[in-house]
Design a protein. Structure first.
Length: 193
């Protein structure tokens, strides 16, 4: 028996436990819009490679659409090999736009990306959140205590592991599956946005 953890497969016959990534990204986008940000940049992995990147992108775009805010392709950056250099470059491209076209917030599809963005923005002499709000996704323990505190969508890692264990027990007891479970995201508001 096998259960995929933290990944939604394209094959509907597979067992998995994952967060409702689309809903989580939409929640964050709606939160930022509610704070008055009309131009929200989005930094993501490659949706052709990662189902989570695809779902988080879809949630970002759904949040914009529901609020009647136009999607602006220049404000979105997707990268198959995301790393600190790329994460630092993406917000700079957005901030190099003419003032009326710049984002007032950047939403990153992982907390690590968001921390790299915060550092890149600071090196440019800007303040977070005063000059640019930054938000992440996951509530990664490695960045939860960083300054400023990162506004994020919590991925309940412990609960995901517990649920995967439960599904494995069901499969081991003869349940034919597929067993699939989506966890509810939670918005965590801190100082960065």
């Amino acid at each position: 028996p096998a259960v995929l953890l933290a990944y939604t497969p394209m094959d509907s016959s597979l067992n998995f436990v994952d967060l409702d990534n689309t809903r989580g990204a939409r929640m964050m986008t709606e939160y930022l819009l509610g704070k008055g940000h009309q131009r929200i940049g989005f930094i993501n992995g490659d949706p052709k490679i990662s189902a989570n990147a695809r779902d988080r992108r879809d949630g970002y775009q759904a949040g914009l659409k529901a609020a009647g805010v136009a999607f602006v392709p220049e404000l979105m950056h997707e990268d198959p090999a995301f790393n600190p250099v790329s994460a630092a470059t993406a917000p700079m491209r957005c901030l190099d736009l003419p003032p009326a076209q710049r984002p007032s917030a950047i939403f990153c599809s992982t907390d690590m990306m968001a921390r790299w963005v915060v550092e890149a923005v600071r090196k440019r002499g800007l303040r977070v959140p005063e000059d640019l709000a930054v938000a992440g996704f996951d509530d990664n323990p490695d960045v939860a205590l960083a300054e400023p505190g990162l506004t994020t969508v919590r991925y309940p890692f412990f609960e995901a592991g517990q649920r995967a264990g439960e599904l494995l027990r069901h499969l081991g007891a003869g349940d034919p599956g597929p067993l699939q479970h989506r966890l509810e995201p939670q918005l965590i508001v801190r100082a960065s946005a």
